[in-house]
Design a protein around this ligand. Structure first.
Ligand code: HEC
Ligand code: HEC
Length: 315
């Protein structure tokens, strides 16, 4: 705070206090002598026959007022109120916040501490942890993955056993903490439209769908040359790259003939945002570890949790 504002605030505050004190004491005494008859102690003002008396301030009221003045004096000495004078109590809103955080941390430690020691499997048996997982999912994940985890166009279904990046607790944890970015380059310009259509037939054949036999051989060649590196020679995908399994007839995008051709022609890319901050694993280890584990656990269909019926709708 600059010196000007410092002086301004301190001056204004003290001047106001002084003014109030002066007004109080200046009005305390009655102008009229005590020995006068009570009936005569009027100010002389008469309104429609009603006379104004000039009585002293009631004692209780006067004392209350002095009390507030004393309070404000102590307040201004103890707390920061006078310009940049910090007050002798050392209070700041920052250290108050810190104290409250510390209190909350202790409470959280009591509630969540035990969960830090638990494995994901153990958490799966803990109803409270699982309830938390469901709520976290609804608040943070459902927008993209659907309220029932069933996914959406471009957003993977989390209730099937088809994993882009792997469905073990460790892999899911990795997905959640750091996010994922699947990237399939566009092939249209590189291999040409005829080859796009041919390889589409090959992908349809791999996933057990109806396909055009005439194009199979050419499609197979294109696949081996351009696609196998990521999707695997047998088309089962690569979880290190998030390259989807193309033989299971489960589609992240559009699984129609034209949809697959689109994926090949124009490429596909999508991002799973990292959930590190939401999960607070670093900021608040006990809470973070529970959040992370309960969310991760809630997604692994290998161990149906107690609220499984929620997800059964889509299976
Ligand atoms: C902004 C949208 C969005 C939000 C929010 C989101 N995700 Fe995702 N998630 C995605 C996308 C997109 C992918 C697929 C990424 C890709 O295509 O490579 C994905 C992938 C995943 C995967 C990997 C699936 C697999 O098959 O390997 C898991 C697990 C996952 N998300 C869980 C979650 C959880 C749990 C949350 C909430 C804490 C969440 N996601 C929040 C968009 C989102
Ligand atoms: C650099 C690695 C890479 C190469 C090469 C590649 N893909 Fe992909 N492909 C991916 C990734 C990663 C995705 C998922 C994109 C996403 O998560 O948004 C994908 C998605 C797809 C999809 C959509 C799958 C679905 O479930 O909707 C199809 C179809 C596909 N690729 C076919 C092909 C074909 C055919 C080729 C060869 C012409 C090919 N890919 C080459 C990495 C690759």
């Amino acid at each position: 705070m600059s010196i000007f504002w410092n002086v301004w605030i301190i001056g204004l505050t003290l001047a106001c206090l002084a003014l109030v004190i002066w007004v109080l004491f200046a009005n305390r005494k009655v102008a009229i002598k005590d020995d006068e008859e009570p009936e005569n102690r009027t100010t002389g003002h008469v309104y429609d026959g009603i006379e104004e008396y000039d009585n002293p301030l009631p004692k209780w009221w006067f004392q209350l007022f002095v009390g507030t003045l004393v309070f404000s004096a102590i307040y201004l000495v103890w707390y920061p109120g006078l310009g940049s004078f910090p007050g002798i109590g050392g209070w700041t809103s920052e250290n108050q916040l810190q104290r409250e955080h510390e209190k909350a941390r202790v409470v959280q430690e009591e509630i969540f501490g035990a969960y830090t020691q638990m494995s994901i499997e153990e958490l799966a048996q803990d109803n409270n942890a699982m309830k938390m997982g469901v709520r976290l999912f609804a608040n943070n994940c459902a927008v993209c993955h659907g309220a029932d985890g069933g996914g959406n166009y471009g957003f993977p279904n989390l209730t099937d056993k088809d994993w882009l990046y792997g469905g073990t607790p460790e892999k899911i944890k990795e997905t959640l903490l750091h996010g994922r970015a699947g990237n399939m380059p566009p092939w249209g310009a590189i291999i040409g439209e005829a080859n796009v259509l041919a390889v589409t037939e090959y992908v349809l054949a791999m996933s057990g769908r109806e396909y055009d036999k005439a194009q199979l051989e050419q499609g197979g060649k294109v696949f081996k040359q351009n696609c196998a590196a990521c999707h695997g020679a047998d088309g089962t995908g690569n979880q290190l790259l998030g390259a989807p399994n193309l033989v299971d007839n489960i589609w992240l995008y559009d699984g129609t003939r034209e949809g697959i051709a689109q994926s090949v022609r124009n490429g596909r890319a999508n991002v799973m945002p990292a959930q590190k901050d939401m999960l607070q694993e670093e900021k608040n280890p006990p809470v973070g570890s529970l959040r992370l584990q309960s969310v991760a656990r809630s997604l692994n269909p290998e161990w149906p949790p107690f609220w499984w019926p929620l997800f059964q709708r889509v299976r």
